[in-house]
Design a protein. Structure first.
Lengths: 300, 318
């Protein structure tokens, strides 16, 4: 008998979850083909970064003194730099540094900001007031200048750069999530849960936090591009990841240090890499925002 | 209105105090040891214990932190921004000499961003979803993605390659030598201006699209007003308010962005000084420059807020 009647809606299994995720991606392609296309490019860049050691034609740090500062050729598609390192390999490795920093900084900074914003919006009162002032102080610095100061004070390195950029991301997460929480707090289902005697912890994490996922995702993707540009600028100014490691900013800085007239291929390719990467993540972010929450257009 | 300005200034003062504490914390406390920042991790390990203590005492770094902080604030209030380790010129003189160049760059770039961004926004908003609109949107997204300092390097390279031209390296004041001054300023201003223009065009477009749907715009049309006049007299003034706010936010982008851009062009402005301070690990110069930049940013934001309040009574009376 039970076979005839439709069973209760099954609990989501792993397979059905995967299917619904696939359906979501399919919808993304139909609704925003342009963003989805750039999303694929972003995915390709991530793949390139992961597979870097396998796909590079040369060692990024190895100098070849027989071909120094050579223009693009069949052996070296993107040419070589002043000490004979292959530019293509360095550009490919540069994506690793860039993406590690960008993902690390955004994940860390936006998460801290979001949790802070959640607490501010939920508790309000004096805690919120003090926090808002602190966030205002943080926002009184132009992003790059704050990142420069922190990176310089902590001394160069991968972790330092991630922390420096993450701190500049905190205010954005804090502001946006706080305003979301403020409006959620008054919604009836939250009030109902409160009426049933749910604890602060339960209210915050079970009832309010899940509603913050969409704005968080949107915020995070939008800020990836900013983080990549800041990382490149830090490298260009000499406070990024220290020189022998190939990052796009370091490569541009090296090109400028080389002499009065930097060879064009050393300037062109790292910059193109930055531009395409930032463009891909920005457009992907725009698409995700339009899909998840069109109301946020222009506000994040 | 005056009470609004007073309130804004009071908050601004509070912010400046907070900023000064934050700068101090970042530059003096975070590293644990400013000597590491000055000498680099390798140089630091080579110093003997005595040398370290000597340097710390000479720099006033062995005092308690709050004494150091108060001493720093007192110096700044007296207008004494200290000296670089590496140069004879005082930081205050350096700011006075180099500051105007960066200010010029910032000002020209803001004017340029409006001159380019607003017409583009109008064209794009009046014909939404046409080819021209899509093109404008893509180009503005592209301009947001391109790092300004890289465009600067490309421009310098192209000018050198095709015209054998290079902007003069020495500083030149607007009044003493306007031609040389303009050559210095124009490149960074264009690069930074176009970067901002992209944001302004985007914001202007969406804000104009929203305003055009408002009742009063329909009324203006219904009474038979020429479409151009409707846009120019009724829609645009209201659509520009968020753009002005954005322009204020973008000033931060210009102030910070001019650092790598000035390096790319070799412009002897304040941004280049910031780059020099960072690459020489000149902690004290950096500390003061960061503070100056933050204060300028706070002041500019107050100016923008007051401007908005002057233009929009809804904000004034809140």
């Amino acid at each position: 008998m039970t076979a005839i009647f439709p069973a209760q809606p099954a609990l989501p299994t792993t397979a059905s979850r995967a299917r619904s995720a696939l359906r979501g991606i399919g919808m993304f392609f139909r609704r925003a083909p342009f963003s989805a296309f750039w999303g694929c490019i972003a995915a390709a860049i991530v793949a390139m970064a992961v597979a870097a050691p396998v796909i590079v034609p040369y060692e990024p740090l190895k100098s070849d003194f027989r071909s120094m500062q050579k223009p693009p050729s069949e052996q070296h598609w993107f040419g070589t730099d002043q000490i004979g390192r292959d530019t293509l390999s360095r550009v490919i490795y540069g994506s690793r540094a860039s993406l590690t920093v960008a993902f690390g900084a955004v994940l860390f900074g936006t998460t801290v900001g979001a949790l802070w914003g959640l607490a501010c919006g939920y508790f309000g009162g004096r805690f919120d007031m003090v926090s808002q002032r602190l966030i205002e102080f943080l926002q009184s610095f132009p992003d790059l200048i704050l990142a420069m100061a922190i990176a310089m004070a902590l001394g160069g390195g991968l972790v330092t750069v991630i922390v420096a950029i993450a701190i500049t991301r905190i205010p954005f997460g804090g502001r946006v999530i706080r305003s979301v929480v403020l409006s959620l707090k008054e919604i009836q289902y939250v009030e109902a849960a409160r009426g049933l005697g749910a604890s602060h912890k339960r209210l915050m994490f079970r009832h309010i936090l899940p509603q913050c996922v969409a704005p968080y995702l949107i915020l995070a993707t939008t800020h990836l591009g900013v983080a990549i540009v800041i990382e490149a600028s830090l490298g260009f100014l000499g406070v990024g990841i220290p020189p022998p490691s190939p990052t796009w900013g370091n490569m541009l800085s090296d090109a400028l240090n080389a002499g009065l007239v930097p060879p064009w291929w050393l300037v062109l390719f790292p910059g193109v890499a930055i531009t395409i990467t930032v463009l891909a993540f920005n457009l992907l972010g725009d698409g995700i925002r339009d899909l998840l929450d069109p109301r946020l257009r222009g506000s994040v | 209105m005056y009470s609004y300005i007073a309130r804004r200034l009071a908050f601004g003062t509070l912010t400046v105090i907070g900023v000064s504490i934050m700068v101090f914390v970042v530059m003096r406390i975070l590293p644990g040891d400013p000597l590491v920042a000055i000498f680099g991790p390798e140089g630091f390990t080579k110093l003997s214990e005595q040398e370290r203590a000597g340097y710390m005492a000479a720099l006033g770094l062995s005092d308690p932190l709050w004494v150091q902080y108060l001493a720093w604030v007192k110096d700044i209030l007296r207008g004494d921004f200290g000296h670089s380790f590496f140069r004879s010129e005082s930081v205050a003189d350096m700011i006075l000499r180099r500051g105007p160049l960066t200010a010029e760059i910032a000002l020209i770039s803001v004017v340029l961003s409006w001159l380019v961004g607003i017409p583009v926004a109008i064209v794009s908003a009046l014909r939404p979803n046409t080819i021209a609109d899509s093109l404008v949107r893509f180009v503005s997204i592209l301009f947001i993605a391109v790092p300004g300092f890289w465009v600067g390097m490309l421009i310098v390279l192209a000018l050198l390659f095709w015209f054998g031209y290079r902007a003069p390296m020495a500083g030149a004041s607007l009044f003493a030598d306007p031609v040389a001054n303009l050559q210095l300023v124009v490149g960074p201003a264009i690069v930074l201006g176009l970067g901002q223009a992209a944001y302004i065009a985007r914001m202007g477009r969406s804000s104009l699209l929203e305003v055009i749907r408002e009742d009063y715009v329909r009324t203006a049309r219904a009474k038979g007003l020429n479409n151009r006049l409707v846009i120019a007299m009724h829609a645009l003034p209201n659509a520009l308010l968020p753009v002005i706010t954005l322009s204020g936010v973008l000033l931060g982008l210009v102030l910070a962005g001019s650092i790598p851009v000035e390096r790319a062009f070799g412009t002897p402005g304040l941004g280049y000084a910031m780059f020099t301070a960072v690459s020489e690990r000149d902690v004290f110069v950096m500390q003061n420059l960061v503070f100056v930049y933050a204060v300028v940013f706070v002041l500019l934001n107050i100016v923008v807020d007051v401007t908005i309040a002057l233009l929009d009574p809804r904000i004034r009376y809140r």
